[in-house]
Design a protein around this ligand. Structure first.
Ligand SMILES: Nc1ncnc2c1ncn2[C@@H]1O[C@H](COP(=O)(O)OP(=O)(O)OP(=O)(O)O)[C@@H](O)[C@H]1O
Ligand SMILES: O=C(O)c1ccc[n+]([C@@H]2O[C@H](COP(=O)([O-])O)[C@@H](O)[C@H]2O)c1
Length: 213
């Protein structure tokens, strides 16, 4: 299991991308690269989570997800971590409380795809999350409209920055958020898992149908 804390000096602008990463894919890289450039970040830390509190089924073992993510990531600005396991936190609000206390002066930004904004109002203490760090939302296929008209987007409407000010997000005191349009990436972990299951089922059917000599 990955222990320890990445180094970050005061003033560094660090995006936090929480997720199950079950498995990590190019979509995660894609949004991290856009977050780095559009939000003017120095680093993006992937928080490979012990498990989404809203999802009923647990993901693959953490070590396995971290190793796979490590192999995928080539950009040295993207850092794969198991920080929530190290900290013993599960809810995002607790993770952010701990990280902002542990790294005074570091400018954290919470990152998420627009599908997560659509259900953000169901997260534990979501208003407190918005009070703790600025939030950068990145367009994801199929969820831009539901994100736009979500409870969170309406309640936090007055704190929304125009997309043209995305590069100011990390230095804007929270609550502050921005939604950016980027070239859409259609990958998802659930589609990758479904494709793997289908492949295994095909292989099993093929083996069962093979007649022994
Ligand atoms: N293709 C993508 N475009 C935009 N955002 C994405 C994309 N893939 C993942 N994300 C975002 O990355 C974060 C972590 O995602 P996660 O690890 O849950 O992967 P996922 O592909 O969404 O998994 P699943 O399909 O199991 O829900 C979330 O904020 C999610 O919205
Ligand atoms: O704190 C919560 O209540 C909460 C509810 C749902 C999701 N999250 C976080 O959102 C991130 C994305 O989750 P997931 O499972 O969609 O990859 C991950 O860091 C989760 O811990 C957090």
């Amino acid at each position: 299991m990955r222990q320890g804390f990445p180094i970050a000096t005061p003033g560094l602008r660090v995006g936090l991308l929480g997720g199950s990463f079950d498995p990590a894919h190019e979509g995660h890289i894609h949004i991290s690269e856009y977050a780095l450039s559009r939000f003017g970040l120095d680093r993006v830390w992937w928080l490979v989570s012990p498990g989404n509190p809203l999802k009923p089924h647990g993901p693959a073992p953490l070590d396995q997800r971290i190793s796979f993510a490590d192999e995928l990531v080539q950009d040295p600005r993207i850092v794969v971590t198991g920080l929530e396991t190290t900290l013993g936190t599960r809810m995002t609000v607790d993770t952010l409380r701990r990280l902002t206390a542990l790294y005074p002066g570091v400018r954290f930004v919470w990152l998420m795809g627009s599908d997560n904004l659509a259900q953000f109002s169901q997260w534990d203490e979501w208003r407190a999350i918005a009070d703790l760090v600025p939030i950068g939302v990145i367009a994801r296929p199929g969820s831009r409209l539901s994100a736009k008209f979500s409870v969170a987007a309406r309640v936090l409407a007055r704190y929304r920055l125009p997309e043209s000010r995305a590069s100011a997000l990390a230095s804007t005191p929270p609550p502050a958020w921005v939604m950016i349009d980027v070239p859409l990436n259609y990958l998802s972990s659930s589609a990758i898992r479904a494709a793997r299951r289908a492949k295994t089922a095909r292989r099993r059917r093929k083996n069962a149908g093979a007649t022994p000599e």
